[in-house]
Design a protein around this ligand. Structure first.
Ligand code: ATP
Ligand code: MG
Length: 277
């Protein structure tokens, strides 16, 4: 079914992102709910480039683990609007704030969904480059989908511009800051795995792993910690499998990090669910 922009009714603002606003909208004819990301037509070239990149990737992807795109419009006022499936439970960041930290068994389910999404994206040669709790959308059935492809990259022949400074630096892997030291065998996909490891740690601990709870990030210190410090790990009380899983994600040397496909077969995810508690 083709949806026309005129048939959409804005219900509420879901949030503001870089250069755009996301609305919850209702399709008047079907009464279906969607999310609509509106980006002002007059934004600067960088933001516009991000929007086009996001649209390009959304058009190519179709998976239960990545947010679906139902159409792209130019609005009467010259803005660009992307119609997406509506995820009715927010994102992993808002969920952490409202429901508190995630248990291991919850994280097992979350991690395996994100990894299925990453395996899919990486198989299409798409590197997300901005995996973090707020870009992982959730619905009430606890389905998790990867969203926000604004700074993603479609790999072609070369690995060149992968190092360009985009995305949220906090979740960026050591080799993105210092490719010579940690990217001997530079592999852009491994950056997404590092970000996944930090994301899972944050959901488990309740705060960003490189910072104390409530501590404000100071970028220089944070970058030094990422590049020169030991990778963060789990506090006591976590299972051996979970600990090992996080270690496989947070190897500083990118070539030692497991791939999304390998991680899907890690004992942490394969562990018999019934034996848990
Ligand atoms: P950034 O630009 O730093 O990535 P952001 O992630 O907050 O910021 P967006 O990805 O544009 O920006 O999203 C803005 C808000 O809208 C977020 O709170 C997000 O959870 C929500 N949102 C985005 N897409 C959807 C969707 N398809 N369904 C429900 N909520 C969504
Ligand atoms: Mg986002």
């Amino acid at each position: 079914v083709r949806i026309s922009y005129a048939d959409l009714e804005k219900i509420q603002v879901l949030g503001h992102g870089n250069g755009g606003t996301v609305y919850k909208v209702r399709h008047k004819r079907t009464d279906n709910t969607y999310a609509l990301k509106v980006v002002h037509g007059e934004t600067d070239a960088t933001v516009r480039r991000q929007v086009f990149r996001e649209m390009e990737i959304l058009r190519r992807t179709d998976s239960p683990y990545t947010v679906k795109c139902h159409g792209i419009f130019e609005t009467p006022s010259g803005d660009i609007a992307i119609l997406m499936e509506y995820m009715d439970a927010g994102n992993l960041e808002t969920l952490l704030r409202s429901n508190g930290t995630f248990s291991e068994s919850k994280l097992r389910d979350v991690a395996s969904q994100i990894l299925k999404g990453l395996t899919y994206l990486h198989s299409l040669k798409v590197i997300h480059r901005d995996i973090k709790p707020s870009n992982l959308l959730v619905d009430r059935k606890m389905r998790v989908k990867i969203s926000d492809f604004g700074v993603s990259k479609i790999m072609c022949r070369t690995l060149d511009a992968c190092n360009s400074y985009v995305g949220t630096c906090a979740y960026m892997s050591p080799e993105r800051f210092d490719p010579d030291a940690y990217g001997g065998n530079y592999n852009g996909y491994a950056g997404d795995i590092w970000s996944l490891g930090l994301t899972l740690l944050e959901l488990y601990m309740g705060h960003f792993p490189f910072l104390q709870p409530g501590q404000r990030p100071d970028w220089a210190t944070l970058m030094c910690a990422i590049c020169f410090g030991d990778p963060p790990g789990l506090p006591g009380g976590a299972s051996e499998e979970f600990r090992s899983f996080i270690e496989c994600c947070l190897q500083k040397e990118s070539s030692k990090r497991w791939t999304a496909e390998q991680l899907l077969n890690h004992p942490f995810l394969c562990k018999d669910k019934k034996s848990d508690q």
